[in-house]
Design a binder for this molecule. Sequence first.
Ligand code: NDP
Ligand SMILES: Nc1nc2c(ncn2[C@@H]2O[C@H](COP(=O)(O)O)[C@@H](O)[C@H]2O)c(=O)[nH]1
Length: 317
Amino acid sequence: MKAFDYDDVQLIPNECIIKSRKDADTTVKFGPHTFKLPVVPSNMQTVINRPLAIWLAQNGYFYIMHRFQPEKRLDFVKMMHQKHLFASISVGIKDSEYDFIDKLKKANEQPEYITIDVAHGHSIYVIKMIHYIKKVFPDTFLIAGNLGTPDAVREIENAGADATKIGIGPGKACITKLKTGFGTGGWQLSAIKWCSKTARKPMIADGGLRTNGDIAKSIRFGATMVMIGSMLAGHEESPGEVVKKDGKKYKHYWGSASAKQKGTKHNVEGRQMLIPYRGKIADTLNSMKEDLQSSISYAGGKDLQSIRTVNYVVLHS
Ligand SMILES: NC(=O)C1=CN([C@@H]2O[C@H](COP(=O)(O)OP(=O)(O)OC[C@H]3O[C@@H](n4cnc5c(N)ncnc54)[C@H](OP(=O)(O)O)[C@@H]3O)[C@@H](O)[C@H]2O)C=CC1
Ligand SMILES: Nc1nc2c(ncn2[C@@H]2O[C@H](COP(=O)(O)O)[C@@H](O)[C@H]2O)c(=O)[nH]1
């Protein structure tokens, strides 16, 4: 199989049929809600926190809360529901997570979205968790990942997941490829294309996006939504304080499998770095929207669907 990544591909324009880019519709239906953009910030502790989750939900964006403060999740779901906002949380697959699902049920707090978030999502233990969550909360929209093959997508969908998350090792903070020799790092766009062969439900392309144009490329090759970490970190609203170094402003960004996150040196597959401070996240999301509207115009359509069928060239095959 010939593999390619975001930088290796360019999409080919079609005749434009809209008078203004403002007429291009970037909205996407994902589960029970429709969102302004097919973009979700990564469920990482340096990317999303409570205030940002509230802001995103109130402003028509999808969000997935991280799972690294497990004891705060029930309260988070309650708080979102009290504000009449959707609750979207992450879980792992350890035994204690089954107790957590039971706790949610007992409290009568059903999240609208749950994401099973583990490094190697093609796992019998992920399938077991999918079965359990679907038994307890049949109406919750269940996302499971991360995956990197069409076989994995087929099995995880068949187990009951409503959407899958694709990407093992393409992330900016990721060292999985170096530590294990495995993953989709360096050929993430091909992996999305490959997974789309079996996908019958929405896929989230997770990790490796470095420019706004990579959103359109992900959609072209089969993604319904993209998950972005480093490009959505470093904002005023991002977790953590601004750090000053050599007169420049930064914020910390670390992998969810980094020693910093885990508090141990075992099975580390992520690193920590500084991300240049970027100002307000609303401005970044707005520029993503404008660029995606341009993409739709180049695709010759009026909405995201038009991007799915455009021709493309692979520049470095
Ligand atoms: N998208 C990506 O490429 C990657 C993402 N991450 C992120 O890091 C965070 C931590 O992930 P993760 O370590 O899975 O979470 P957990 O620490 O919750 O581990 C998941 C469970 O699966 C077991 N497990 C078995 N094989 C593996 C394997 N190859 N990799 C990981 N766990 C395994 C673990 O046991 P034990 O620990 O005893 O082995 C543990 O019980 C998540 O947010 C995840 O998304 C991490 C790496 C890659
Ligand atoms: N291999 C690892 N991947 C990780 C880790 N922490 C997060 N991630 C993944 O990266 C994306 C974000 O990628 P980016 O290129 O947009 O910055 C995130 O959504 C996770 O899937 C980690 O420690 N190791």
